[in-house]
Design a protein around this ligand. Structure first.
Ligand code: MTE
Length: 324
């Protein structure tokens, strides 16, 4: 057998991990966006990066360069291997490694999303049709799990607001309810009554319409891995991670506050709002500190996960200890 010995240059490029490639591209974008930002009066505007010409639409070929949203944190991002192997997705098992072991069985194309309730344009849409007209952005968000760990993830997605506005909520719409796929054949965790299946979550309409709320389709510059909620998940960065429902098949606008899986299973532990709040302990542990995955030391948890300036006004006058 002929064994071809690779040249040194070939070896080097093969040893570069996807994550390193991603981070280099990210750094390049950050620098070019900062340069363009200086021209635009110091503002970091999406779509102004040197290599970024307008915003590619959803469904665009992989490898397209997406503009970095000014809502992004500049904290160090979590390693890709951690973000894709330490997951919560109970449909695939309750251990952190279960989703990355089992979720590859889920088929994510074709994928239909049912739009129902208080909208002028209800119906069942193919994922591409739901998303195609909208511009995809990259947003680097902190995600704080209720279990007192956190990550920093570079998401690709579309503000939920853009999608909802196109569906035209009626004046009666006050909440948005989401559901995950229900298919025990593909999702072995659903064969056991761990939670009320399908997984369901909800937001008040003003929370759903807040510009920070993202419908994510990708992370680290590529499509979402199944274990992270392919092909479509919610990301609500000021709330505990369980509000960020994965693999969404149904979006319903409602008049009444919808049920949520965690609230049904343990109402004293998980409320409807679930805003990150270091002042309000979980009944079984404190929420004052968190461990960023990859770090050794814990750090203080910030009110609204550090997004208080952006979202604090949504809860003005509310007792957040009662509305946990
Ligand atoms: N969505 C569904 N359908 N099922 C789940 O079990 N877990 C939630 C949330 N979305 C969950 C879900 C919890 S508890 C967290 S912390 C986040 O997903 C974790 O997202 P990640 O695995 O991408 O970090």
């Amino acid at each position: 057998m002929l064994i071809r010995v690779p040249r040194a240059s070939e070896v080097r490029s093969r040893e570069i991990t996807d994550e390193e490639l991603y981070l280099r591209r990210r750094e390049f974008l950050r620098q070019s966006a900062a340069g363009a930002g200086a021209l635009a009066g110091g503002l970091l505007l999406p779509g102004l990066g040197g290599a970024v010409e307008g915003a590619p639409a959803a469904g665009e070929a992989p490898g397209a360069v997406f503009p970095l949203s000014p809502f992004s944190t500049d904290e160090e991002t979590t390693r890709y291997e951690h973000a894709t192997t330490y997951n919560n997705f109970y449909e695939f098992g309750t251990d952190k490694e279960d989703p990355s072991r089992n979720a590859h069985r889920m088929r994510t194309r074709p994928w239909a999303v049912e739009v129902a309730g208080e909208v002028r344009r209800p119906g069942t849409l193919d994922l591409e049709d739901l998303l195609a007209p909208h511009a995809v952005e990259e947003r680097i968000y902190r995600l704080r799990c209720v279990e007192a760990w956190s990550m920093v993830i570079p998401w690709l997605g579309i503000p939920l607001k853009d999608v909802l506005e196109r569906l035209e909520p009626t004046p009666h719409a006050r909440y948005v309810a989401f559901r995950t796929l229900h298919d025990p054949k593909q999702m072995p965790g659903q064969r056991r009554p761990i939670l009320r299946w399908p997984y369901r979550e909800g937001l008040r309409l003003d929370e759903a319409m807040h510009p920070l709320t993202l419908l994510a389709t990708g992370m680290y510059g590529r499509d979402l891995p199944n274990q992270n909620g392919a092909p479509l998940r919610l990301v609500v960065p000021w709330k505990y991670g369980f509000k960020s429902i994965k693999s969404i098949v149904r979006i319903e606008l409602t008049r009444r506050r919808p049920d949520t899986s965690w609230n049904i299973s343990a109402p004293r532990e998980y409320g409807f709002y679930s805003n990150v709040n270091p002042e309000v302990s979980h009944p079984r542990w404190s929420q004052r500190r968190e461990r960023r995955i990859g770090d050794f030391f814990k750090r203080p948890t910030l009110m609204f996960n550090g997004y208080a300036e952006e979202v604090g006004s949504l809860y003005a006058g509310m007792d957040l200890a009662r509305n946990y």
